[in-house]
Write a protein that binds this ligand. Structure first.
Ligand SMILES: *Cc1c(COP(=O)(O)O)cnc(C)c1O
Length: 368
């Protein structure tokens, strides 16, 4: 039996009754946009994150865009983020006409290196977007310290980190705002595009609700220029059916990750580094091998019917779209090196112990 990186079929099979009922409820009510399904889910997801407000959006990218607008990021401003992330994190900065400023990673955690943020700050810097990559929170205390000293807005990109914790605080509670994605393969996934913004700032929350829905509070009165960024009821109902299982799913991901890490101990593989004050949720289980071996290992796994991925093969500062920013190979060496050495192995809550063992055996076979 082949093993995919993520198996969404197994999750649907396990929750079919609840999910089918949720979808049927929306179709029967024919209340498809916003409404009770969305507000119920928002309330429950805010409770899950330990934040006061959750505003559903039609993607994580839309949530990031709104977050930058709320932080008053304008054309010509600069926003600091990590180079080792999905393009959406930086794309929204560019969409506003602001400039992404990329910082290198801590090579052990793959997250933004807090000690390199200060030197990237200029008088134009408005905000910081730390990303909790692979479901592991960025080193937030020093990041928040720098932000406070320089009066910068902090937006957590928590698209991969639903339920992860940093010193007992949940991802999404530490910055001024945080953005989540419910892209189907994320730890909490919709059946289409969906996302959310969470915050404890009531002013931000009220403005976000207007911005995502054409700048209005009432049907035909538009206060500000807004967007069509609403979360739809079908996605909210599906997410609502899944949410009660999320903590258990994350715990199962941790168990699988611990199992991998234990069994890879004697191989020439770097397994994830998790400081004691962090509880990750392993959206991705990323190992690191010699760059000479990486593609060979991926091919070997493929031949064994095991899918492995690379998150992400090209750091953002070297992407064709960002050539105009003037970065060159060698500028952010830790991220560049990691991009050639990382490999993501299958991990999803429904993955059986036997399948985990199958992956371990295939990896061991490659090194024999
Ligand atoms: C998935 C993801 C996004 C974008 O979310 P969408 O819902 O696909 O728009 C942003 N940042 C990171 C780190 C992601 O993994």
């Amino acid at each position: 039996m082949p093993i995919p990186l993520v198996d969404l079929k197994a999750q649907y099979a396990a929750l079919k009754t609840e999910i089918d009922a949720a979808m049927q409820r929306v179709v029967t009510n024919t209340s498809f946009i916003l409404g009770k399904e969305v507000s119920e889910f928002e309330k429950n997801f805010a409770a899950f994150c330990h934040t006061q407000h959750c505003i559903g959006t039609d993607s994580g990218t839309a949530a990031l865009h709104l977050a930058l607008l709320l932080c008053d990021v304008k054309p010509g401003d600069e926003v600091i983020t990590t180079t080792h992330t999905f393009i959406a994190t930086a794309e929204v900065i560019s969409v506003i006409g602001a400039k992404p400023v990329f910082v290198d990673i801590d090579p052990r955690t793959y997250n933004i290196d807090p000690t390199q943020i200060e030197r990237a700050i200029t008088p134009r810097t408005k905000a910081l977007i730390p990303v909790h990559l692979y479901g592991q929170p960025a080193e937030m205390d020093p990041i928040l310290d720098v932000a406070r000293q320089h009066n910068l807005c902090v937006i957590e990109d928590a698209a991969q980190a639903h339920g992860a914790e940093y010193r007992g605080r949940r991802a999404g509670t530490m910055g001024d705002l945080a953005c989540f994605s419910y892209y189907p393969g994320k730890n909490l996934g919709a059946y289409g595009d969906a996302g959310a913004l969470v915050t404890n700032n009531t002013e931000f929350a009220e403005r976000a609700r207007m911005l995502r829905d054409h700048g209005r509070r009432e049907k035909y009165t538009h206060q500000i220029v807004g967007y069509g960024y609403r979360l739809d009821a079908l996605q909210a109902a599906i997410l609502g059916a899944k949410l009660p299982h999320l903590d258990a799913w994350n715990a199962r991901r941790r168990a699988i990750a611990d199992y991998y890490t234990e069994l890879f101990k004697n191989l020439d593989i770097v397994t994830p580094y998790v400081p004691a004050h962090i509880t990750p949720v392993y959206h991705i289980y990323c190992i690191r091998v010699h760059s000479d071996n990486r593609d060979g290992l991926q091919k070997h796994l493929k031949a064994c019917g095991i899918e492995a991925g690379i998150h992400y093969p090209i750091p953002l500062h070297l992407q064709p779209v960002y050539q105009n920013l003037g970065y060159q190979a060698g500028n952010l060496p830790h991220a560049e090196k990691a991009a050639n050495e990382i490999l993501s192995l299958p991990i999803y809550p429904e993955m059986t112990d036997a399948k985990v063992q199958q992956v371990v055996d295939a990896v061991k076979e490659f090194y024999r």
